[in-house]
Ligand binder design. Structure first.
Ligand code: AMP
Length: 419
């Protein structure tokens, strides 16, 4: 399978070759021909699957006939609107549009909240064909009449499930009313929940459905492991594991912003460079944290689900659930950060007794039990162990740990032989 055989034009094929892509990813192979043919598409694809190129490349191809070098803003109406849930994703998608579109004279721009609006207003006034936006800030611009969406030909909803999770549905509906009824619609979502199906049913027309990963399953390349531990020993256990196994580039999930900040401070004080990234942080702070993490200066990034969504961090070796998420689905989103593109990754969950139900929920969704091990020195209080994982769903204890270089982790046998 080649990019050429998908029907992309020669200069875009050349661009992806320059990017070092040798063949299309599954979502690209499945979606690109439909998008080129002008069909609506509903695609299930997580970050890391190459989904951005799956819509950006064919969109560029379809739009190139409109490319012009006129200075008149009127000759550059918004033809493509790409809605995304977070600022990070907005920046990444914008970057992809610029990268893949470097030979196509179409003007892209990106608007998102948390930064001054004036530079965005100026860019919009000059005329742009491809607009990447978070819903709230886009509506601010609509309110100021700096953008007209009346000529949009293609609408993309990227990470639609997360947009719903973040409560953007009313904003999306308001934006939809501003678009011409005749247009191409592309919807990307990590999962196909009932809400997503309802939304797609109301937006998409006879969509081609692209599902590259099985529904609700985690990537096989992710090794999952649970550490039962007392709640008040979680910080210490995490610091211990990071040091002992010399983990680098660890993304740790907490449920709350306060929890994220506290944990980052704790780790940092122990010499493990850590930063919390969450929505209270200013945009420059978030960008700096992400860059530090990517460059290796920052070893541990602590994030809430909302903040972590859309972070494009490739080949992330370690994801830690400091707390299990309230929604089992979020567990899949979280561990989707690792084990991408053929690489293997570890997803470790620190689980205290009060989270036994959440763990069960996750295992139900995965349709399998997650192996578990107890770290020496962190044996949970006997009376406060997680409720044993009984029956057919019993977690299989691991004797030889997943990590090749690990030897001392004391393992437990299954629930039947608990003493
Ligand atoms: P995405 O899922 O869009 O966030 O993409 C994840 C990463 O995969 C990005 O860094 C892309 O540069 C990269 N990528 C996209 N398409 C391909 C491809 N066909 N081959 C190799 N890498 C790719």
């Amino acid at each position: 399978m080649t990019f050429e055989s998908l029907g992309l034009s020669a200069d875009l094929v050349a661009v992806v070759a320059e990017e070092g892509y040798t063949e299309p990813t599954p979502v690209q192979a499945a979606a690109i021909p439909h998008v080129l043919a002008g069909r609506d598409v509903l695609a299930a694809a997580q970050t890391g699957t190459g989904k951005t190129a799956a819509f950006v490349l064919p969109i560029l191809d379809r739009l190139r006939s409109h490319a012009n070098t006129s200075f008149s803003p009127a000759r550059h109406p918004v033809r493509v609107l790409i809605l995304v849930p977070t600022r990070e994703l907005a920046m990444q998608v914008d970057e992809s549009v610029r990268t893949y579109g470097r030979t196509v004279p179409l003007r892209p721009t990106v608007v998102f909240g948390g930064v001054p609006i004036e530079p965005q207003t100026k860019a919009l006034r000059a005329g742009v064909e491809i607009l990447v936006a978070t819903p709230g800030r886009l509506l601010d611009h609509v309110g100021q009449k700096t953008v007209n969406l009346g000529q949009v030909e293609i609408l993309v909803l990227d990470e639609a499930d997360r947009m719903l999770d973040m409560g953007f549905l009313p904003d999306i509906r308001r934006i939809l009313e501003l678009l011409p009824p005749r247009r191409q619609n592309l919807m990307f979502s990590a999962t196909f929940s009932d809400d997503i199906r309802r939304l797609s049913g109301s937006i998409l027309r006879d969509p081609a459905t692209v599902e590259v990963a099985a529904r609700n399953t985690a990537a096989e390349s992710v090794r999952q492991l649970v550490y039962p531990v007392d709640r008040d020993r979680k910080e210490a256990l995490l610091a211990h594991l990071v040091s002992k196994y010399d983990w680098r580039q660890v993304l740790v999930f907490t449920r709350t912003k306060i929890g994220a900040s506290r944990l980052a401070t704790y780790l940092d004080r122990r010499g493990l460079e850590a930063v919390a990234i969450h929505s209270d942080r200013t945009q420059p702070e978030r960008t700096r944290a992400l860059e530090g993490f990517k460059s290796g200066e920052i070893r541990v990034l602590v994030a809430t689900d909302v903040a972590a969504r859309g972070l494009d961090i490739e080949d992330l070796p370690h994801v830690v659930n400091f707390e299990l998420p309230w929604e089992p689905q979020d567990y899949i989103h979280r561990i989707g950060r690792t084990g991408r593109a053929g690489a293997t990754g570890d997803a470790v969950s620190l689980v205290s007794i009060d989270e036994a139900d959440l763990l069960r929920g996750v295992q139900r969704l995965l349709k399998k039990a997650i192996p578990w091990t107890v770290e020496e020195g962190f044996v949970p209080d006997r009376n406060a162990e997680p409720v044993p994982l009984r029956g057919p769903s019993a977690g299989r204890p691991v004797r030889t740990h997943h990590y090749a270089h690990r030897s001392t982790g004391r393992t437990r046998s299954g629930s039947g032989s608990r003493s």
